[in-house]
Design a protein around this ligand. Sequence first.
Ligand code: HDE
Length: 704
Amino acid sequence: MAKKTAPGRKNVQLGDQKIIRGEGGETHQVAGGDVPVLTTQQGIPVADDQNSLKIGARGPTLLEDFHFREKMFHFDHERIPERVVHARGYGAHGFFEPYESCADVTRADALQRKGEKVPAFVRFSTVAGSKGSADLARDVRGFAVKLYTKEGNWDIVGNNMPVFFIQDAMKFPDFVHSAKEEPDRAFPQAATAHDNFWDFVSLNPEATHMMMWAMSDRAIPRSLRFMEGFGVHTFRLINARGKSTFVKFHWKPKLGLQSVVWNEALKINGADPDFHRRDLWDSIQSGAFPEWELGLQLFDDKFADKFEFDVLDPTKLIPEEDVPIRIVGRLVLDRCVDNFFAETEQVAFCTANVPPGVDFSNDPLLQGCNFSYLDTQIKRLGGPNFTYLPINAPKCPFHTLQQDGHMASINPKGRVNYEPNSWGGAQGGPRESPEKGHQSFLAEEGDTKQRVRSETFADHYSQARQFYLSQTEIEQNHIASAFTFELSKVQRVDIRAREVSHLLNVDDALGKKVAKNLGLKTLPKAAEPARPMVKTLKPSAALSIINNGPDSFKGRKVGAFVTDGVDTGLLKALKTALEKEGAMLKIIAPIVGGVKASDGSWIDADEKIDGGPSVVFDAVAILVSEAGAAMVANEATVRDFIADAFAHLKFIAHDKTAAPLLAKAGVVPDEGVIELKSAKDAAAFVKTCVKLRLWDREAKVKQF
Ligand code: HDE
């Protein structure tokens, strides 16, 4: 029946939709008309998605409205439990490509043929915060890689730090409870700066090494693209002859390491809580595909026996100087997900997912992980068939005899669901293969059953000290500040003091500095080490971020604040110089519509000034006309833009007319504040930006 327009209610055109207001309610027509018809999940075409079925226009809603009920029922069940840890994360697709065959050490198919790409999915995450928490929390970052190899899925579930807080999986629930929000008050969210966390770590000296990493700038990366990944645990690689080699996995970012400073992190969380995910999304969408190289740190029993620490102890690393890293391939992320929930939220990693040629060590943390991840997937994804979800399903043929269960979504044909069986041939179904199948290394274990921590795990301070001494002075200062900040949020003075007692073992000066900055009335005694420390470990340059920065400004962003009358030549020169370097220019203006440049052309803005603070950029430029500078002279957001860039040690380019704005923001000119006198200066400015920050300025802008 043709719809009549109800009296007084006109049909309206909204964008490409026409809303027809008839007696039976409203329907939307889309221009072109060839869009699919909306249906229910049963495939029934839907006539009206705007109004529920009622008796009359103002009467009660009817239970028979199956479309309404299905829509609401589905909505009510949209959420699944978030991950207990690593709830906040972001993923992307890509590939892994070997540079060489690693057949000498492993039969893993993914590492046999140079240049043969293996599809990959990577999920980065923070650990402590909930799904909706901010990206720049001080935290460890998860770096979980799923390789869809021809012999099944291989998950390298790593972090951006090579060691961990605890040595035995038994302590994981306690550790995580202490790190997350306190149970009575449900805060703080995504922050370890509270009593429970520091109580736990200070009662567990084994956490000391990891605490050095967690209080370093590694815990506040500038971008997921600029951080390393580590498999943490020692694994085994097994070659075709059954020979085992121990291995630690490393991911090295092609664009070098970079972090933010703490005050910047705090402000980014306000300005853009999605900073990391937006950065990853934007870079992939713009074709600047992030890339890491896979490094294998390979060693044998002989090395393991002579190394000062136990290679099974996840609170220890092996310095690159002791066992060099063999770079064997690259990981490129080149495709964003189509749907966050279907892919990033439902992806299920498990340390136990290893193909033939990869095996486990006895690291007691790894052994515990191998149980926990699968267990967690069943809870989160609702049943045993999550492996059939497209993001989790292997991309190679797979044949199991597992069957049924919630959401069984493949339809196995035939009579056979067990083996051995007598059916034979194709009918008989899949069979085991000692040649092709995963074979565990024939490790000899023989010992008594006992609940003990190995003596060889007992040195908790030597590597913490080595890490600290491997940092530049700037980074050491940041570590001291981070300990001070976090412990200042701890209310119990005895907990503050107990942590200082560990720091005194790491480095006497560090412990004393933190004690002084906390205002401890008496310096505690250094904690009694369970084992004599090794104080002769050589510093490792690989452990510093600043020593491993980028060699170009590629992948970085400059924010240029401009006003009407901006010098077109300068702006263009800056843009060209940045693009040549593989970096980007973003325009920030008083209004988002943009500005009229000196030559009368119109320049669109990417952000209005209060939506694009300088904290989200790697360097800034202030390019204004005289009239423009006068107009924004009293604008607090402009002042903050400049003052923050200066305080965060960024390089600042400006034209002559911007000088009064800089002075008003408290900028004291130094070699990081660069006047662009002409278009020629732009390229030199970009070259200077490769250093990322003018660290020498720090002592002038930060006392504590
Ligand atoms: Fe995890 N961890 N973990 N973890 N972990 C999880 O598994 C666990 C550990 C790591 O992006 C959970 O599917 C135990 C070390 C990453 O989906 C859970 C222990 C390392 C991710 C779990 C550890 C990690 C997780 C929660 C001590 C570095 C996110 C959701 C034995 C190698 C993966 C899930 C993703 C996630 C357990 C310690 C890395 C609860 C029991 C060490 C990157 O199963």
